[in-house]
Design a protein around this ligand. Structure first.
Ligand code: FE2
Length: 262
């Protein structure tokens, strides 16, 4: 049984996730207990606060893997980055300072600004990424305020070839009921592709992957298996099949600031 987690902050001392090796080992053990077998380590990169260069992450991931082996924790880890959208992104790719989810540099774990979806992403960066046959995997779209206000933005992204990674905790209510409901709408509209943990710590933000897949399995068993398979395909750089995407109906959108007045 393989369970792949494509988004985590358990590499020690690199961002707002695990502060040191001891914490990282505890987090890794908790992830294994949660069923995770393979984990992409995705420290924040280029988000205005954290810069985690490719070569440093590769070295630190090797050190962490060694520590996992020495501590008998059977978790296979891979170097990655949660790359924040920036007008310097293409330059960073040209400078070979970006880590993709797969070794073939096809899938990019991309974080949009929390508050909105910048126009320059859809108009400039995204088309250029597609020219280069790079597929952005938009991380936690369910928590992006721009997408919450206008879910059509997500529909357009997916229609044009993006994938998405929903956060297991979002589906399980850790970020509140509205985020859970919106996550379900994304899933029901075929705009979701896989779950990841975005694990940061053992309190609010641990892995919870198995619970999310069990919950999804109750909604749609085939889809739950599909999501798990997609994570493997992304990690291996293989084709992920686009589904029959649907628009999320705006009138049912719960984040609309005028919602209470309707
Ligand atoms: Fe993250």
């Amino acid at each position: 049984m393989t369970l792949v987690d494509l988004h985590s902050h358990i590499l020690p001392g690199v961002d707002d996730g695990s502060p040191d090796m001891n914490h990282s080992l505890v987090l890794a053990k908790a992830a294994v207990d949660d069923g995770v077998t393979h984990m992409l380590l995705t420290p924040h990169h280029m988000d205005g606060k954290y810069t985690n260069h490719k070569k440093d992450i590769i070295r630190k991931t090797e050190e962490f893997q060694q520590a996992l082996i020495e501590n008998d924790i059977s978790l296979k880890v891979f170097p990655g980055q949660e790359v924040h959208l920036s007008d310097k992104l293409l330059e960073a790719i040209d400078d070979d300072d970006i880590l993709f989810a797969d070794e073939g540099c096809r899938y990019l774990m991309l974080e949009l600004p929390h508050t909105h979806v910048p126009e320059y992403f859809m108009k400039n960066i995204f088309p250029e990424l597609r020219n280069r046959e790079i597929i952005p995997v938009i991380v936690h779209p369910e928590r992006n305020q721009g997408i919450q206000r206008n879910p059509n933005l997500l529909y357009e992204m997916i229609k044009n070839g993006c994938l998405t990674q929903l956060t297991a905790s979002s589906y399980l209510g850790i970020f509140g009921e509205k985020v859970t409901e919106f996550t379900q709408k994304i899933i029901s509209s075929n705009l979701g592709y896989t779950f990841s943990s975005d694990a940061h710590n053992l309190k609010g933000r641990k892995t919870r992957m198995t619970s999310a897949y069990v919950k999804l399995g109750k909604f749609n068993e085939r889809l739950s298996k599909n999501y798990q398979e997609n994570a493997k395909l992304i990690l291996n750089g293989e084709d992920v099949v686009q589904k029959n995407v649907k628009k999320i109906k705006k009138q049912s959108f719960l984040f609309n600031m005028f919602h209470k007045d309707k």
